[in-house]
Ligand binder design. Structure first.
Ligand code: NI
Length: 203
């Protein structure tokens, strides 16, 4: 008797952890639904971001294109908007990206004519006009794009007090642009600005 009770309990526990096969119906259809959704999503993604998964430079070009498109779509008066005191404004984020690009290229041992030396004192405070901000951003993105293919990426360099390679510092360039592109999207959305590539895909 005691044994049967134990077996019965075991069966109850087993059933609870192994739903009957017919319960897989909705699961299977949801898997199909997700697969169809993924297929649709991938069509949209390819249409708006053909650079995805195509290597360092295409991924950089994606971030570069979206940063400039988003800055262009932002009204000039919004460049001074910031989500809270003591946090970078929209314009300061773009200038930070621009200066970061020049600085990181220099750290990676890449020579840029003018480069960091052209950047004015306290750039995030001195470059505030929309057209000026976009000019600096664009120039820095072009500097990365044109120098990356011929850079000696295996070269040993010092970065933040540690020995590394030019390649790894250039990886930071890529990551940094994507990081702040995401931040810029959030800032734009908080101001009712729709990223242009998002509008295009919704049509
Ligand atoms: Ni940063």
């Amino acid at each position: 008797m005691a044994r049967r009770t134990m077996n019965s309990n075991r069966y109850t526990i087993w059933k609870a952890h192994h739903p009957r096969r017919r319960r897989l119906g909705p699961l299977v259809s949801s898997v199909v639904g997700v697969a169809m959704g993924a297929a649709l999503l991938s069509q949209v993604t390819v249409a708006q971001a053909p650079e995805l998964g195509q290597g360092w430079l295409p991924e950089f070009n994606l971030a570069a294109r979206q940063l400039v498109e988003l800055a262009d779509a932002t009204p000039a008066e919004k460049f001074s908007w910031r989500p809270a005191a003591g946090v970078r404004s929209i314009g300061e984020v773009y200038v930070h990206v621009a200066v970061g690009n020049f600085w990181l290229l220099e750290q990676a041992g890449v020579k840029i004519p003018g480069g960091l030396s052209k950047v004015p004192e306290d750039p995030e405070k001195s470059i505030t006009d929309k057209a000026e901000v976009i000019k600096w951003l664009q120039e820095s993105l072009d500097a990365v794009r044109t120098s990356y293919p011929s850079a000696d990426r295996q070269k040993k360099v010092q970065f933040l007090g540690q020995e590394t390679t030019s390649d790894f510092v250039l990886l930071r360039v890529l990551v940094h642009n994507h990081e702040h592109m995401g931040q810029a999207i959030a800032y734009a959305r908080m101001n009712g600005i729709v990223p242009p590539w998002s509008t295009a895909s919704a049509e």
